[in-house]
Structures are given as structure tokens and as C-alpha cells.
Design a protein around this ligand. Structure first.
Ligand code: P53
Length: 476
């Protein structure tokens, strides 16, 4: 092959809670994203007990896409997008999460949004659960600690598939389901699974239990989608940060392999429908007694995904240490800085070659079509007095990554469906809640304190990406 397929899905990616705002509009209920305050690099977002007065909740208004989506999609069309990845806010369809009937106003919003995309020939690519589960399910059920949440999620998924089956072909179940491998910090357990740990709780088995229920829910959703309409394509979504050994010392290599096991077993279950033996042995060694029933195991085999969606921003590195004879990976303590790569202002290691490596790693393991559904450079942009934003650093980051992605396709033969850079329009950062960590081709006039006109303007990268798409990745 000389380049990308002729129907390659170039586009951009966002998530409902990070751009829509309108957090109470059309009967929407509060989600986990609505109870998280703004943080900063090195300052965690506070997870409050409900929405408290006097706190800054950046997702409540976000960039007001809820009211401005028509203008924004027009700009995406101008860039030449073939697809647009967003999520359905679960709380627009099921404000509390445990209702039996969906909320029509919420359903109507996404009908209109998808119609607006299709008007320009832009294919919607939809994530069902992107860090925005109903907060009511956290309060009443303990989030994904509770098996009962499977039923609520599957109801939501079935409603979405049935309603939008003729508008949306590409779906993903859980965004970055493997972030929760980082269970010592509060962010990933809460955003992935609606879990707030009590003081002194043994966090790790609770994480595995929640992930298991999510994987069962995902498999049931895949099964349901096939029954509703066999032409739907359902993928998983994995946060890919490949973990390198710091050195070629054999123990460092083994440490890196174990780390990959511990962070990417989720993909094995999604793709192969069963747990890898190394993880079952680990559960036994650690004495984790999980609720995994024979019925669950059967369901997992029946709901294997059609493709692997993944995000790629950075690579990690790890090394063996004397105090860790089993070479167990702990995401909070086992990572080290890679001396061969640079870092973003938020400490994310910049490694374009790691994207080629990741594509090959997924392809070697699973031989399923791959879809890069997030990649991007969070940076502080400066708007000049004439309104322009000269984000050459973003162009440099993206073009270097696309060049490596091309090698993976052309030289290595990886089957790649598409590429949707993250935050194609500036939006609220998931990790920090900041506006100033920007990813967009489109600038949004709003700052961390919530000031600004919300006016949109094209950055330098806008015209650059337009050319990338029109040349099908030849002009970088
Ligand atoms: P922000 C951690 C590591 C890799 C991807 O992240 C991550 C995270 C969580 O912060 O999240 C994904 O906004 C996620 C998006 C998120 C994007 O990466 O923290 O799917 O919701 O906005 C970028 O800079």
C-alpha cells in the first residue's frame, strides 16, 4: 500500500462532558464530571459530595457546544472531517441512570447533533461511557462496585443503538477502561467507575471487580448491538501508553512486560472474551476473591469487539527495583522518566515512535482493525493581538505522529481505520479541569476562571490539518 486507505476516517475527537455544557438543559441529570472542580498540573481536581455552592465546576458550561454545535460542526466540515468522535452523555438519556424509560429531550439532542454531522457527510463515532456516568449511580449504588449497574448500562446502550442505528455505525463502549490500573489516585476510579474509596479500603480488588462488571456490560452491549443491527461496529477503547524498560537489564525487561500485562489485560478480555492466565494467577497469589460467575464468562465470549479504538499521547518507562522481587507493577510508584524523550508542560512524554510501536503491538497481539481515536498536544496557546494563534508546536507534534502512523500502515502492514486527534476544538481538560491545557485546531475564548466570550477562531493548525485531510496524509 502506498498510503492510507481511500476511506480513511480523518476527523477529530471530544467527549460530551468536556464541551457540551448545558449540564441541566433538556432534563439532564448530574454526572460524575459535574461534581469535579478545576485543578491544575500537580493539583488534583476535587471530587465534591454533590454540587456545592462557591466551587468552580468547569464542565457545567464547558464551551457551550450544547447551544453552538451547528457552528462548530460547520468548522469541522470546513477542515474536511470524515468523522467526528464524541460521546453520548448518559445523563441526558437517563438523568439518574436507573430509570426504566429514557428522557426524550436528551434523545432528541443527539438526533439533531448526528443529523447536523451527516448533513456534511461527517460520520459520528460514538463512545457510550466517557467519564460521565450518572452521579445518582455513585450515591445510590456505589458506582461500578455494584453488579446492578450492568443492567442500567445495558439499558442505556440498547436505547442508544436502537435509536441511532441508522445514523451511527461506529461505537465504543467504555473510554480508556484501563485508566483505572492507576487506582491509588482518586481520578481514574471515579471517572472510569464512579468509585470513591473509603479510608483504608483495599483499593486493588475493588478496581478489578468494577472492571469485570464493566467488561461484562460491554460484552452484553456488543451482543445487543448485533441483535439490533448487525451492521453496527462496536469497539473497545484503551488508553495506550506503552511501557518501556528503562534499560536492557533482563529484570527491567521483565518488569516492563509485567507492567504491560497489568495495564493492558483489559484488551485481552474485550478482544478474546477471556481473562489471560497471568492475571488469574495474580488474583490467586494476591488472594483476590472476585465475583466472576460462569454466566459472566459465557457472556464475555459472546461479546468480543469488532475493532480496537485507542488513545495515544505518550509512552511510559519502568525499571526493576530491589524492594519489588515479584516485579509487580504499580502505576503510582513504578514509572520513571525516559531520558531519551522530551515532555510537554504537563509532564507528558512526547514520543511519536511510540505510536508506531503501539500500533504494531496491538496488531501483533490481536489482528483486529485499529482506530486511533485520540492523539494530541495539550499546550498553552497565546492569542496574538490580531487574534491569530501560531501553534506550530502542535503541528510539529501531530505531523511527527502521523508520519509514524504512516510507517506502521505502509511499512508494517497494520490495519488502521482512522485517526481523530483529541480536542479538535479547545475544551475542558479531563485530568486537570483547566481550559488553558488546549488541544484544538479551533481556539475558544475562555479561560480557567470561566471568563471569555466563547467566541471560536481558527488556529494556524486548522489550515494545516485541512491540508493533511485533503491530501489523505501525504502533506504533513
Ligand atoms: P487531559 C490520562 C492519560 C491518558 C489519557 O487528557 C487521558 C488521561 C486522563 O487525563 O485521558 C484522555 O484532558 C481522555 C480525554 C482527555 C484526554 O485524554 O487530561 O480520554 O477525556 O481529555 C487528554 O489533558
Amino acid at each position: 500500500m502506498s498510503g492510507f486507505k481511500s476511506d480513511f476516517l480523518w476527523g477529530g475527537a471530544v467527549a460530551a462532558h468536556q464541551l457540551e455544557g448545558g449540564w441541566k438543559e433538556g432534563g439532564k441529570g448530574p454526572s460524575v464530571a459535574d461534581v469535579m472542580t478545576a485543578g491544575a498540573h500537580g493539583v488534583a481536581r476535587e471530587i465534591t459530595d454533590g454540587v456545592l455552592p462557591g466551587k468552580n465546576y468547569p464542565n457545567h458550561e464547558a464551551i457551550d457546544f450544547y447551544h453552538r454545535y451547528k457552528d462548530d460542526i460547520k468548522l469541522f466540515a470546513e477542515m474536511g472531517f470524515k468523522c467526528f468522535r464524541t460521546s453520548i452523555a448518559w445523563t441526558r438519556l437517563f438523568p439518574k441512570g436507573d430509570e426504566l424509560e429514557p428522557n426524550e429531550a436528551g434523545l432528541k439532542f443527539y438526533d439533531d447533533l448526528f443529523d447536523e454531522c451527516l448533513k456534511y457527510g461527517i460520520e459520528p463515532v460514538i463512545t457510550l461511557s466517557h467519564f460521565e456516568m450518572p452521579y445518582h449511580l455513585v450515591k445510590e449504588y456505589g458506582g461500578w462496585r455494584n453488579r446492578k449497574v450492568i443492567e442500567f448500562f445495558v439499558r442505556f446502550a440498547k436505547v442508544a443503538f436502537s435509536r441511532y442505528q441508522h445514523k451511527v455505525k461506529y461505537w465504543m463502549t467504555f473510554n480508556e477502561i484501563n485508566n483505572q490500573a492507576n487506582f491509588h489516585e482518586d481520578f481514574a476510579p471515579f471517572t472510569n467507575s464512579g468509585i470513591k474509596y473509603e479510608e483504608g479500603e483495599d483499593r486493588e480488588p475493588i478496581m478489578y471487580q468494577a472492571a469485570h462488571y464493566e467488561l461484562v456490560a460491554s460484552a452484553l452491549a456488543v451482543k445487543a448491538a448485533r441483535e439490533i443491527n448487525p451492521s453496527l461496529h462496536i469497539g473497545c477503547m484503551i488508553a495506550m501508553c506503552p511501557i518501556y524498560p528503562l534499560t536492557c537489564a533482563p529484570d527491567d525487561m521483565m518488569m516492563a512486560m509485567n507492567a504491560m500485562h497489568r495495564r493492558y489485560w483489559f484488551t485481552d478480555v474485550h478482544v478474546r472474551g477471556k481473562y489471560p492466565q497471568h492475571l488469574l494467577n495474580y488474583f490467586a497469589r494476591r488472594g483476590f476473591a472476585l465475583d466472576i460467575t460462569p454466566e459472566d464468562k459465557a457472556v464475555l465470549t459472546q461479546g468480543c469487539v469488532d475493532y480496537i479504538g485507542f488513545s495515544y499521547y505518550m509512552s511510559f518507562a519502568t525499571k526493576a527495583t530491589a524492594d519489588n522481587p515479584q516485579l509487580d507493577y504499580d502505576e503510582t510508584t513504578s514509572l520513571v522518566s525516559n531520558p531519551y524523550v522530551k515532555k510537554s508542560d504537563w509532564g507528558w512524554q512526547i514520543d511519536p515512535v511510540g505510536l508506531r510501536y503501539s500500533l504494531n503491538w496491538f496488531w501483533d497481539h490481536y489482528q483486529l482493525p485499529l482506530f486511533i481515536v485520540e492523539n494530541g498536544f495539550g499546550a498553552i496557546d497565546v492569542r496574538e493581538s490580531d487574534g491569530s494563534v501560531n501553534d506550530q508546536y502542535r503541528i510539529d507534534y501531530l505531523s511527527a505522529h502521523i508520519a509514524e502512523m504512516k510507517k506502521a500502515v505502509v511499512e508494517d502492514g497494520v490495519d488502521l481505520m482512522g485517526y481523530t486527534p483529541w480536542g479538535c476544538i479547545d475544551l475542558v481538560s479531563a485530568g486537570t479541569g483547566e481550559m488553558k491545557k488546549r488541544y484544538g485546531f479551533i481556539y475558544v475564548d475562555k479561560d480557567n476562571e470561566g471568563n471569555g466570550t466563547l467566541e471560536r477562531s481558527r488556529k494556524k493548525s486548522f489550515a494545516w490539518y485541512q491540508k493533511v485531510i485533503s491530501s489523505n496524509g501525504e502533506s504533513l
